[in-house]
Each structure stands twice: as structure tokens, then as C-alpha cells.
Ligand binder design. Structure first.
Ligand code: SF4
Length: 148
């Protein structure tokens, strides 16, 4: 049986991004050689629509570009991801960088494209559970570390 990999749906080409598009990566077949995918989109899983306004983390909250507090939806999405981790005994995750849910880095809440060293709501929770979280910029590292 292959190892399970928690993976952002948009990286697989699912049109779940805030703007209705995706962030499809080219390494899907390579990853399939090593992993079975457990697919998440914490924002949609938390009840937000497609398309939706982009959001950013601001202190303890997540606020949309239109000023709406969407913290509750982000927390529901995080909880669902953690449930999947527990259910499938997941140790590895590949998540979309810079997302307020999935990113290892995120924007600072000012909607000025300023990155800070603070992870998205779901990524942060996974890291706190000692899940090995990689971004789409670290696929080589993920495979290398998994095989070693
Ligand atoms: Fe992709 Fe995660 Fe954003 Fe969903 S929440 S669109 S999976 S980055």
C-alpha cells in the first residue's frame, strides 16, 4: 500500500481557487508513483463558495478583501483536514504556498502582497501535529525525504 499524501485540490487542477481557477502542478504522475492522494480544499470544505473574495490572515482572524470575517469557515476547513489526517494516519502533506489556508508562508493581512513567516490556518495546524508539510516549490525535497 502506498503512503497517503494530504494534498491541496488546486494543485491537482481542481478549479477551487478564490477566482474559480487552479494551480495545477506538472508533477502529479510522479507523485502518484509514491503516494495515494487525500484531497482537501479547506476553504471550500469549510463552506466558502467558488468563486469567492480572496482572504488574508489578520492576527487571529481571516478577513476577505471586502472586509468579511471568514475565520469560522477557515477553522471548519482546518478541522476537517485534521480529521482526515487522523482517519488515514497521514504523515505528509503537499500544500499550496501563500494561501491563507494552505500556505507555509502567508500575506500579512494588508492585501499588499507582503509575505510574512506565518503559515495558513490549516498548514499551521498540520505543522503543529508534526505532519511534514511541503509546498509545491518543495516537491523534489518531499520525494527525496520520503524515499530516504
Ligand atoms: Fe487551494 Fe488550499 Fe486555497 Fe483550496 S484553500 S484553493 S486547496 S490553496
Amino acid at each position: 500500500m502506498k503512503e497517503k499524501l494530504l494534498i491541496s485540490a488546486c494543485l491537482l487542477g481542481h478549479n477551487v481557487k478564490y477566482n474559480g481557477l487552479n494551480n495545477k502542478i506538472t508533477e502529479i504522475d510522479l507523485l502518484k508513483k509514491y503516494f495515494d492522494f487525500i484531497i482537501i480544499c479547506p476553504e471550500v470544505d469549510g463552506g466558502l463558495p467558488i468563486p469567492r473574495n480572496p482572504s488574508e490572515r489578520l492576527k487571529d482572524k481571516v478577513i476577505s478583501a471586502k472586509g468579511k470575517d471568514v475565520t469560522k469557515e477557515f477553522l471548519i476547513g482546518k478541522t476537517k483536514a485534521l480529521e482526515l489526517v487522523k482517519k488515514y494516519h497521514i504523515k505528509y502533506a503537499l500544500l499550496k504556498e501563500k494561501s491563507p489556508s494552505c500556505g507555509k508562508q502567508t500575506y500579512d493581512g494588508t492585501f499588499t502582497h507582503s509575505l510574512i513567516e506565518r503559515s495558513g490556518i490549516t498548514a499551521e495546524a498540520l505543522i503543529n501535529q508534526n505532519i511534514k508539510v511541503y509546498s509545491e516549490l518543495e516537491i523534489e525535497e518531499l520525494i527525496k525525504n520520503f524515499r530516504s
